[in-house]
Design a protein around this ligand. Structure first.
Ligand code: LUZ
Ligand code: MOS
Length: 751
């Protein structure tokens, strides 16, 4: 029997929230969003909408029985706006109707009048006005101010990185079904079932035990459903609680794009100082994060930017300052990398400018500064089992950076119409939630007395393959075929107090908990086996579905053993908890050991630019990735290739911006370019450094986010090609480097 969902995906049989059959009497909910970026609500009249046929009711802030507040870190975001609106698309009311068509018609009849207030869209402007989510944070080590004078060169510059739309195929969805006694079952497309459970309980003023959140799988998330699945589940729950009828809320693509946040755009200033050998002596950086109209996860994202300010490099004197700036755009949120990519792009830009000032090749300067074993990060943690240099050296040995650079130079000398560029991109990414308390997980393992196994964890399957890994881990403990094991839904009734499946930690945390729970049941089974075989438990194990004694198979098979255990009244279920050891961080000194370990890697990217058209191709990305011992190689390769392509998209194609009124310029797939099959590099050569990791389950390493940042290499390879065409170019490091911007730069129209 097949127990993963790949065969369901290819047959289109996997169920998502919107595929769940409608329970009897199910209503459709549709949010009404603000048309203005900032203003005072002077009139909200739902009377016209209520007159429509099939319209059941229209709810506003006044109908919320509990808190009108969904902010998880900072309580600054209403579920439904009551007096003021702070961004276009901010929900102000909820239409409940018998059909989607009726809900759409009714939404047009809601009268919403807003007295506009000035909208701030730019993070530097917000900072100048004191619109900050929290006081500035600074990570510092050494003495930058004293270091400048010992530098051979000092370079300064400004860096802009853009937003990124998650574009998960499944839009935000929830189905809330009222149960007896004012309890609720909520199906939600969320990475954080407990976050949804808690927010619903606060909005409805019921205890958490009255809210059961169930998640089968998500059709993609990428961070977009870590925090921002919550409002839609709360609104569906509000409708269900109010009407005592089931309520389905599925955003259409246009609403989803306008009403949900993106990756944070950052505007940054850097100053870097190098000695004559290209060693970085000092680095000073200031980040202005465009948080949007409410905090959401912005302050945590800002923290991860600070942790990644020096990328893969050791810098002795650092001062990194970060501002989380409140503006009037949709609150931005988690997105693969969580602020890390933004900071890593800045240090790469700084090295590029510094290398140029020194007249040395960029990759030589990068190599000279790579992290070594025992080096200290600005946040006080030292590298352990550091793979930065090993990945770089292996990539250089296999792919030959000098040869690739020389080949590009030969091409460029011989061709005026096209230019080739090459860039090396080293990655170092810290694994663990930076909020230490979140680094815990639970699992529940049931062995049924027919020998089949049911596993529940706090991990949410979002296409990343976490369920395959859980299954493989449990099968390994029991010594049985993976086909005997099924992963159940992620459900707050079976596994409580889940951390979101995020920060690349899903498999590390939940896999460790699942392993512990399976080991508890396995130990009990071996006691039963020992009795039956008149053996010592120490001599016994299960392998290939059979009890083995001192390595030799016995007569006792798994099914028979499980039945014997049941009939002798043995507990065949176990719940276990795992918390990552040795983590601590002190926010006063900004020092500690926030990460269990780091993931390393090095990619080399080659591109060709058409100098007449500004168009380009990513010819090849070749990389060496620090994977640890893989639990599921195909899944890990998928994460590496997918992350890389998503990173290339962020830096080269995906342009998300607003007009001067704060309205998004795109709300459809035709106006926003996500990477497609054509954007995939012609060559993707992924080599793995497979070295067991002592700090995660079965020697594995987290793989979800780190590969995203290889995509930064595509930007610098394009920049390299651009410089071959325009050696005197002195433009701002701005991403994405779209074909349009490339053309303007080639034509000397943009700076
Ligand atoms: N989510 C979160 C994350 O809440 N904390 C983190 O540190 C994090 N890091 C990466 C992605 N999501
Ligand atoms: Mo995240 S960016 O939800 O791991």
């Amino acid at each position: 029997m097949r127990t993963d969902d790949l065969h369901l995906h290819v047959r289109g049989e996997s169920t998502y929230v919107d595929d769940l059959p409608s329970p009897a009497g199910c209503l459709v909910a549709l949010p009404v969003g603000s048309p203005e970026a900032h203003g005072r609500i002077t009139k909200l009249d739902v009377g016209g909408a209520l007159g429509g046929s099939e319209v059941v009711t229209v709810l506003t802030a006044a109908d919320i029985p509990g808190q009108n507040q969904i902010g998880a870190i900072i309580q600054d975001e209403p579920l439904l706006a009551a007096e003021e609106v702070h961004h276009v698309g901010q929900p102000v009311a909820l239409v409940l109707a018998e059909s989607l068509a009726a809900a759409r018609a009714a939404r047009k009849q809601v009268v919403l009048e807003i007295d506009p207030l000035p909208a701030v869209l730019d993070p530097r402007e917000a900072a100048a006005q004191g619109q900050l989510l929290q006081p500035a944070r600074t990570f510092a080590i050494g003495d930058v101010d004293a270091a400048w004078e010992s530098c051979a060169v000092v370079a300064e510059g400004r860096v802009e990185t853009g937003a990124q739309e998650h574009f998960y195929l499944e839009t935000q969805s929830a189905l809330a079904v009222p149960q007896e006694d004012r309890t609720l079952l909520v199906h939600s497309s969320t990475q954080g079932p407990t976050a949804v459970q808690k927010a619903v309980s606060l909005a409805l003023d019921v205890p958490m035990h009255a809210v059961e959140v169930d998640v089968r799988r998500l059709g993609g998330a990428f961070g977009g459903k870590e925090d921002q699945a919550t409002p839609w589940a709360c609104l569906a729950a509000l409708g269900a609680d109010h009407t005592r009828r089931p309520v389905r809320l599925v955003l259409d693509r246009a609403d989803d794009v306008v009403m949900t946040g993106k990756r944070h755009p950052y505007s940054s200033d850097f100053r870097i100082g190098l000695d004559g050998d290209g060693k970085v002596l000092a680095y000073e950086v200031t980040y202005y994060q465009n948080a949007g109209a409410a905090a959401d996860l912005s302050t945590a994202i800002l923290e991860r930017s600070l942790f990644h300010s020096t990328g893969s490099y050791h810098v002795p004197n650092v001062k990194a300052t970060a501002f989380s700036c409140r503006t009037n755009i949709t609150p931005n949120t988690a997105f693969r990398g969580f602020g890390g990519p933004q900071a890593m792009f800045v240090i790469e830009a700084a090295l590029e400018k510094g290398a140029r000032a020194l007249g040395k090749p960029l990759h030589q300067v990068q190599r000279a500064n790579l992290l070594n074993e025992g080096d200290v990060f600005p946040y006080g943690m030292h590298t352990e089992d550091c793979k930065a240099i090993r990945c770089w050296e292996e990539a250089d040995a296999v792919f030959g950076f000098a040869d690739l650079t020389a080949a590009a130079a030969r091409h460029n000398a011989a061709h005026a119409g096209t230019k080739k560029g090459v860039a090396v991109m080293p990655v170092c990414f810290g694994i663990s939630f930076t909020n230490t308390a979140l680094n815990q997980a639970r699992a529940l393992v049931h062995v049924y007395h027919d020998g089949s196994v049911n596993v529940s964890t706090g991990a949410v399957e979002m296409g990343q393959g976490v369920n395959r890994k859980m299954r493989s881990i449990v099968a390994g403990v029991f010594g049985i075929d993976t086909g005997r094991i099924r992963l159940d839904t992620t459900n707050t009734g079976r596994v409580a107090n889940t951390s979101p499946t995020a920060a690349s930690t899903g498999s590390d945390l939940n896999g460790a908990a699942a392993k512990l729970a399976a080991e508890m049941v396995c130990a009990r089974l071996l006691q039963v086996a020992a009795k039956k075989l008149d053996a010592d438990t120490g001599e016994l194990a299960i392998a290939g579905g059979i009890v083995v004694r001192d390595g030799a198979p016995t007569e006792l098979g798994w099914d028979e053993l499980v039945q014997a255990a049941y009939w002798s009244r043995t507990d065949l279920s176990a719940h276990a908890h795992f918390a990552t050891p040795d983590l601590h961080f002190d926010k006063t000194s900004e020092k500690g050991r926030p990460f269990a370990y780091h993931v390393y890697g090095t990619a080399v990217t080659e591109v060709t630019v058409d100098c007449l058209r500004g168009t380009y191709r990513v010819d090849a990305v070749r990389l060496v990735h620090d994977l640890g011992r893989s639990i599921d190689l195909a899944t890990d390769r998928g994460q590496i290739e997918g992350g890389l392509v998503q990173g290339i998209g962020w830096l080269t194609l995906e342009e998300s911006d607003h007009d001067s009124e704060g309205r998004l310029r795109h709300d459809t797939a035709s106006k926003y370019k996500v990477p497609d099959f054509d954007s995939v590099p012609n060559v993707m050569d992924v080599r793995l450094l497979e070295d067991p990791n002592g700090r995660a389950v079965l020697g594995s390493k987290a793989v979800g986010e780190p590969p995203f940042m290889y995509g930064i290499g595509a930007w610098f390879a394009l920049w390299d090609a651009l410089r071959a065409a325009k050696p005197d170019l002195n433009a701002v490091h701005t991403a994405p480097l779209t074909p349009e911007r490339m053309l303007l730069l080639l034509a000397g129209e943009e700076d």
